[in-house]
Design a protein around this ligand. Structure first.
Ligand SMILES: CC(C)(COP(=O)(O)OP(=O)(O)OC[C@H]1O[C@@H](n2cnc3c(N)ncnc32)[C@H](O)[C@@H]1OP(=O)(O)O)[C@@H](O)C(=O)NCCC(=O)NCCS
Length: 155
């Protein structure tokens, strides 16, 4: 994967609170990504690859960080290289990953935090059946994100 075409692209990172990553930040991110355990969905990121070519065009991440997320929540995140947008890849990748959460009883809700102006990402979340349930504000933010959620099971 060309990490720079994702994390280094200001268009892709437009709605990220830290903007495009420097080369050093991209390298650090990639080193952490290499530590993914394929048997642990919450240890992502996982690559999104085009079936026809095998080209890796993005990544998807599912995580639970106590500082950001409630117990039982898994936060979804996804980014694609600009050239891969508008093919339905994000929606297909996320729904594939969500099917696998059936095997993890500790996850009762999928959440996503998204800039309210990020209409493309919001559309993906809506297509996945997620609804806006509130907003979140962290120290590093200059405005709140919208909180989207999908209940999987009663915890
Ligand atoms: C968000 C992102 C992953 C979406 O990828 P994608 O492959 O284009 O998504 P999909 O093709 O599955 O769906 C995009 C949907 O948004 C719609 N859309 C595109 N531009 C839009 C706009 N300006 N306003 C509203 N909807 C829009 C598309 O029509 C499509 O919906 P449809 O299938 O009903 O027609 C990609 O744009 C990206 O990497 N963005 C930068 C990183 C990011 O914002 N990540 C999410 C952080 S929460």
């Amino acid at each position: 994967m060309q990490v720079a075409s994702i994390l280094g692209d200001p268009d892709v990172m437009k709605f990220s609170d830290h903007g495009a990553f420097t080369s050093k930040q991209q390298m650090d991110w990639f080193q952490r990504a290499l530590a993914v355990r394929t048997d642990d969905l919450l240890s992502g990121p996982f690559a999104i690859a085009q079936k026809s070519t095998g080209e890796v065009v993005g990544y998807i991440n599912l995580s639970n960080e106590p500082k950001r997320n409630e117990q039982g929540d898994a936060e979804i995140g996804f980014r694609l290289s600009r050239h891969a947008w508008s093919n339905g890849y994000a929606t297909e990748a996320v729904s594939g990953l969500l099917r696998k959460t059936d095997d993890i009883p500790s996850i009762s809700r999928i959440v996503a935090m998204v800039d309210p102006n990020n209409k493309r990402s919001i559309r993906v979340l809506e297509k996945l059946g997620m609804s806006r349930v509130g907003e979140v504000m962290f120290d590093s933010y200059d405005h709140p994100d919208a909180l989207y959620a999908l209940k999987l099971r009663v915890s």
